[in-house]
Design a protein around this ligand. Structure first.
Ligand SMILES: [Zn+2]
Length: 170
């Protein structure tokens, strides 16, 4: 198991939409990859991590928002959004933008379909933080960062913060 370096805003792999993962072809490598992703996410104290954030253009993400303080590990392979409802304006951050936070309007409830680590198709429903994590991680797999979704004025402010923060990123 290896804690991987987290790719930061400005590095190209974060901008590239990930192609669908061929589960059958990749399944032997998947356990080691997921171990690294869980360890990297935990070391950075994140609630989600997508494969491009460790430099791999693979349609794989892990999420654990720890509902009621208990672990709830979710693996999303080739996730797709089935439905979105409501709206919630809340603070968002990203391990690829350390120290940068902004309020972003997201949908309050999300239903997604994805393969799990065993290649089984599952449907998952999230509210609040989990719904936000689904949307945030699927954005990563589509080559998008949350700051790309900010309204123009907010984006300009955040880009300033990013400029200041960037020299301190590892
Ligand atoms: Zn992120």
């Amino acid at each position: 198991m290896t804690i991987r370096r987290i790719i930061k805003h400005g590095e190209k792999v974060l901008k590239v939409p990930c192609p669908a993962l061929d589960y059958a072809a990749f399944k032997d490598e998947l356990p080691a990859l997921l171990k690294d992703m869980w360890a990297t996410m935990a070391a950075a104290r994140g609630v989600g991590l997508a494969a491009p954030q460790i430099g791999l253009s693979l349609r794989v993400a892990v999420i654990d928002v720890k509902p009621e303080g208990k672990p709830q590990r979710l693996v999303l392979i080739n996730p797709e959004i089935l439905s979105l409802e409501g709206e919630l304006n809340d603070e968002e951050g990203c391990l690829s933008l350390p120290g940068v936070y902004a309020k972003l309007r997201r949908r309050a409830r999300a239903r997604v379909r994805a393969l799990d680590e065993n290649g089984e198709s599952r449907e998952l429903t999230g509210e609040g933080l989990l719904a936000r994590a689904f949307q945030h991680e699927i954005d990563h797999l589509d080559g998008k960062l949350y700051v790309d979704r900010l309204p123009f004025e907010d984006r300009l402010k955040v880009l300033d913060v990013i400029k200041q923060a960037k020299p301190g990123w590892a």
